[in-house]
Ligand binder design. Structure first.
Ligand code: CA
Length: 492
């Protein structure tokens, strides 16, 4: 997977000649309409594998995601790089395993002023909390940096999650336009994380009334209105259906129009709220697809959708898999994935190819006719696989999360949950990871564990990245203190 290492053109606009050329092309929109492909990347937050109609769920209302499936390809073996928000997002936005890009744990406060009366934060100690001070290493390149250099206009509307200091915010990371929350989670209505304001427009903290999913969607629509005649990258990382981080626990409290879709259910039930939140996001997806049609640009726009990891087992539907958010069973890391590009990706198809979110950056580089960064890429261009033309190059995938370890090689998956439960499973015959084959197939088990160890050594030897301790020190500390959020001891 490391062969994709072409030179990266930095600061292309600093060349006066190139700048003049870019100016010419930017003004010649009719030429551009024939020569570029827009990219719309929709990422939901904690939506389970079976939390959409296209996967057979007969209760949930997701007509627009289902439309994407009908008009594109559905991938049934698609993985993310972690069972939690931040490491999953760092994996796909950099094209590199979280253990390589440095953001392998959460940027998160679990305290906030007033949340714990016995242990209140002062204003000063609040400002020193991890989510107020740390972010993605500035030496990492993102999809947005790459597409910016390729001449795209980039917008992000939804959840950022890579740090809230000025230097970590989206406008410093290749984006031109941002509205959303900077943290890993907030209240849907106050846009505060346990009482702390978190809604930003561009580089500024703002206050605005409204249901967060409506605000995100409105901004995504505005972005398309403003940029439909030039190459654009619309990143729509919706916060739905993540649980709400209320200071006073209230739940999501979705607008009535979405609760009405589930009128036979208790509207205060967390599962109802989860489904209604997904439907609210789905409605925004419908508005985006309608606008692409309205402007006549659907045919030259690649639309990709997936969930950042599995759903919490208490609210979402990860069937037919075991586990969910926070663990390395299939339910935690195997997610729904849809891709639509009319005339390029065959409509209404299903692919069982093994693919991952690490493939996004090289894929977008190919679509935008540009180069991936001069950094080790852990994925490859999957467009020929999505078209159904070739087999996937991906033969293996590795994970580590808070002391849990897992690997997939071919149809086999090895899982070790905290050294307490796990085993070797044949996913071709056992999607639910129920039948441990460790004793029946010791040679397969030894091989897959050996591959995981080789991967771990590679990650340990990767060029160091912040903000957490180097990977090998992290593992040693985990061994010493047991699993748990690493920044607790980091910040001591
Ligand atoms: Ca998530």
């Amino acid at each position: 997977m490391k062969k994709n290492r072409k030179a990266y053109i930095e600061n292309i606009s600093t060349s006066p000649f190139v700048f003049l050329l870019l100016t010419f092309f930017c003004e010649n929109t009719s030429l551009q309409a024939q020569s570029h492909t827009n990219i719309v990347l929709i990422v939901s937050d904690d939506q389970g594998y079976n939390d959409l109609g296209a996967h057979g769920n007969e209760v949930i209302h997701t007509p627009n995601l289902d439309r994407l499936a009908e008009e594109g390809v559905k991938v049934t073996n698609f993985y993310v790089t972690g069972p939690a928000c931040t490491p999953s997002r760092s994996g796909f936005l950099t094209g590199r395993y979280p253990q390589r890009n440095g953001l392998y744990d959460m940027i998160r406060n679990d305290w906030a002023p007033g949340r714990d009366p016995d242990d209140p934060l002062t204003a000063l100690s609040s400002r020193r909390q991890p989510e107020m001070t740390i972010g993605l290493d500035e030496r990492e390149y993102l999809i947005s940096d790459m597409l910016k250099n390729a001449g795209y206009t980039n917008g992000i509307f939804g959840k950022w999650d890579f740090g809230r200091l000025h230097r970590y915010l989206p406008l410093q990371r290749g984006f031109d336009d941002f509205l959303g929350i900077v943290n890993t989670g907030t209240d849907y209505w106050t846009h505060e994380r346990y009482g702390m304001p978190s809604l930003y427009r561009n580089n500024n903290l703002i206050k605005e009334e409204g249901f967060l999913i409506h605000l995100e969607g409105r901004e995504a629509e505005r972005f398309i209105h403003e940029n439909h005649d030039r190459p654009f990258f619309l990143y729509y990382p919706s916060f739905a259906p993540h649980i709400a981080s209320n200071l006073v626990e209230e739940g999501i409290v979705p607008p009535q129009e979405y609760l009405d879709l589930y009128s036979d259910r208790d509207p205060t039930d967390r599962i109802t709220e989860h489904m209604a939140a997904i439907s609210s996001m789905d409605a925004q997806v419908g508005k985006i697809l309608d606008l692409l049609d309205e402007y006549g640009i659907a045919d030259n726009t690649l639309v990709i959708f997936f969930s950042d990891q599995g759903a919490s087992s208490s609210t979402g539907d990860n069937s037919p898999f075991r586990g969910g958010k926070g663990n390395l069973w299939e339910g935690g890391v195997r997610v729904p994935f849809l891709a639509r590009w009319p005339g390029v990706i065959p409509a209404g198809t299903t692919s069982d190819a093994v693919l991952s979110s690490l493939e996004l950056m090289p894929t977008f580089a190919a679509v935008a006719n540009t180069w991936t960064p001069d950094a080790i890429m852990d994925g490859f261009n999957m467009m020929p696989v999505l078209k159904g033309e070739v087999e996937s190059e991906r033969t293996e995938m590795f994970w580590e999360w808070h002391g849990q370890r897992a690997a997939r090689a071919g149809d086999f998956k090895w899982v070790d949950i905290d050294g307490e439960v796990g085993g070797l499973f044949d996913l071709a015959n056992d999607l639910g990871e129920q039948h441990d084959l460790s004793e029946e197939k010791p040679e397969v088990l030894a091989d897959i564990k050996s591959r995981w160890n080789e991967w771990r050594v590679e990650m340990e030897n990767a060029e160091p990245r912040g903000p957490f301790p180097p990977w090998n020190e992290y593992l040693r500390e985990l061994h010493r203190i047991g699993h748990g959020p690493v920044h607790y001891w980091l910040m001591d």
